[in-house]
Ligand binder design. Structure first.
Ligand code: ZN
Length: 244
């Protein structure tokens, strides 16, 4: 049997402790809901990590054993230690996949990987979002209805200040008329990066089967074949690779 994809589902895990409405939706945290789906999906082994754990639950050992990291944060981006951001970035460059969800657009790690402000327009009036597939045949869009409709969401609108994606898998439109590139893929070093827009904490977005399916597909897509080490090395002699 092939080895399972090892996933670490990282959550800031603060709203669920401090906001009644969010606690009611996700009593064990939204990461628990995402991980439960992944663990039931087959071929994936998901564990949890959160901001308030030592080293934010992202020790060198954990990351070395993580094929794909998923990230949700919102109210405490600034509390993520730069040392851990450095560490996660190094693992992405070496091949670990990362999936940044919703308000993780402003996380330190996503901004680090993008190198831009990652800013956008937003509005919170529980409006309808329609998610259209703009890359048919992409593995992240496999097995999903078209469109995906979420009745109550926070709006994110363009301009989304990120580098041009290598693939734009989904585009959303909102009741208010704005549009947004909701599913964007990049490569950084050997690592695959996917941003997926839905996930506002006061709506049960991570209980939507289509949203969970997108995350599952993204995990399978982002899992590396192998880790790599990228180094600089001097090879002074022509034909060095032919010698024993
Ligand atoms: Zn939000």
């Amino acid at each position: 049997m092939p080895r399972k994809i090892s996933v670490t589902v990282w959550n800031e895990f603060r709203h669920e402790k401090t906001h009644k409405q969010v606690k009611e939706i996700y009593p064990d945290g939204m990461h628990a809901v995402i991980a439960a789906h992944l663990n039931a999906a087959g071929g994936i082994s998901a564990r949890l990590a959160a901001l308030d754990e030592p080293e934010h639950g992202l020790t060198e050992k954990v990351l070395a054993d993580t094929d794909v990291l998923t990230w949700w944060g919102h109210m405490a981006h600034g509390e993520v230690a730069d040392e851990i951001v450095d560490r996660v970035q190094q693992h992405v460059i070496a091949g670990m996949g990362i999936i940044c969800l919703h308000s993780a657009h402003f996380s330190k790690i996503f901004r680090r990987l993008m190198g831009t402000t990652c800013s956008l327009k937003w509005r919170e009036v529980a409006e309808r979002e329609i998610i259209w597939c703009s890359k048919p045949g992409h593995p992240i869009a496999a097995g999903l209805p078209e469109p995906i409709i979420l009745e109550h969401t926070e709006m994110y609108g363009e301009f989304f200040d990120v580098p041009e994606p290598e693939a734009t898998v989904f585009i959303s439109n909102f009741a208010g008329g704005e549009v947004f590139r909701s599913g964007c893929a990049w490569t950084r070093g050997a690592g695959k990066v996917f941003y997926f827009r839905p996930g506002h904490e006061t709506y049960p977005i991570f209980k939507d089967p289509n949203v969970l399916k997108v995350i599952e597909n993204a995990v399978r897509w982002a899992a590396p074949a192998a880790r790599t080490t990228i180094t600089v090395s001097h090879r002074g002699e022509i034909g060095w690779f032919e010698k024993k």
